[in-house]
Design a protein around this ligand. Structure first.
Ligand code: UT7
Length: 320
């Protein structure tokens, strides 16, 4: 989809949160039938964070984003919280975050698994096009809770964390140039977690499908924006496995020096992974004004999502 709206949005603040507890590959090596070498080579992950709650991490990331934008909860019309690991089944995790940040207005969770942040980003732009002024969008997860820590197939992959952005309405075109959101419900059994149970995953099949949907979705978003790989300054992929990212980028002809990466230190944080990688890139001066930034993710469902953003939003001092 190419966006068509009289009222767009730009990102005016961002924030992240990671719990303090670092779990290294060596920690797994000490108690599971695995090695640091296997995990590093097959996944690219060296450490991930455990602990915290989904609401607690979301509040911290959201507060950091509000502070950066010079706003308080009062200035926000709506909070959208992407998560697959809500703290309660009822109510939404967004409700608790809303109370703690003093936000008046709507609040709800979005569950599109690891595609959730990009789904939320597009939904936020839709709400702004309909008249809302400012939205707090957060991806927050406590996946260590949903993962059997004795299962070497999954325990090594997932971690906890949160990333948030504040979106503000602008007259005319905003930053979102194009997007593609999709889902294939027939593949939903490849990665699931029953209520009260742990995550089950057919890793190899998820890997194979992930590469296909990331490449296809990225191509759709770039084509809708009339762009090619050469026009993209930075790709921010879902941080699941370095080999998935490398294979998808190689099929897209995208050099790895134009790819945002935090996977080695966060593991897979599902809907928090794209905002964590985006913020890391922004803070390290990897985005300049008017750069085209491609966000692309996939996840359980099986869902996928991509979006091209032309960066007209805030930038840290020094990289204008
Ligand atoms: O957000 C989406 C979430 N999910 C994903 O992104 C998962 C996508 N899939 C993957 O990332 C990869 O498939 C994995 C990292 C999960 C597995 O890597 P793989 O290269 O596909 O390995 P595999 O499943 O083919 O397993 C190869 C071997 C097996 O042993 P045998 O049958 O060859 O004897 C596994 O039992 O590696 C074994 N294995 C391990 N060995 C050491 C599986 N996990 C481990 C481990 N340490 N942690």
């Amino acid at each position: 989809m190419t966006t068509s709206t009289q009222r767009g949005a730009t990102i005016i603040g961002w924030g992240t949160a990671l719990p303090d507890l670092i779990v290294t590959n060596a920690d797994f090596e000490a108690r599971l039938d695995t090695t640091d070498e296997w995990i590093s080579e097959r996944t690219g992950i060296h450490e991930r964070r455990h602990g915290g709650t989904t609401a607690g991490l979301a509040v911290e990331a959201g507060r950091n984003a509000l502070n950066m934008a010079g706003l308080t909860g009062d200035d926000i019309d709506f909070i959208l919280l992407a998560t697959t690991t809500p703290d309660y089944q009822i109510p939404s995790t967004a409700s608790q975050v809303q109370e703690e940040l003093g936000i008046n207005g709507g609040a709800c969770d979005v569950n599109a698994a690891c595609s959730g942040f990009v789904y939320g980003l597009v939904q936020a732009h839709g709400l702004i096009a309909m008249g809302l002024k400012r939205i707090l969008l957060i991806g927050s997860e406590t996946l260590a809770r949903l993962t059997d820590q004795d299962d070497r197939n999954t325990a090594i992959l997932f971690g906890n964390g949160a990333g948030a952005v504040v979106l503000e309405a602008v007259e005319g075109e905003g930053q979102l140039v194009s997007f593609d959101l999709g889902s294939d419900g027939t593949a939903r059994k490849l990665l699931d977690a029953p209520i009260g149970g742990y995550m089950n995953m057919v890793g190899k099949e998820v890997f194979r499908k992930a590469v296909t949907v990331m490449v296809d979705s990225a191509k759709i978003s770039m084509a809708s924006a009339n762009l090619t790989t050469d026009d993209i300054a930075l790709v921010v992929p879902h941080q699941a496995n370095i080999r998935i990212i490398e294979t998808a980028c190689s099929k897209l002809g995208m050099p790895m020096d134009r790819v945002a990466m935090v996977l080695h230190r966060t593991g897979n944080t599902s809907s928090a992974s794209i905002p964590l990688a985006l913020v890391d890139a922004l803070e390290n001066g990897r985005v300049q004004r008017d750069d085209n930034v491609l966000l692309v993710g996939f996840g359980a469902g099986m869902s996928w999502a991509s979006a091209v953003i032309r960066w007209t939003g805030h930038l840290p001092e020094g990289n204008k």
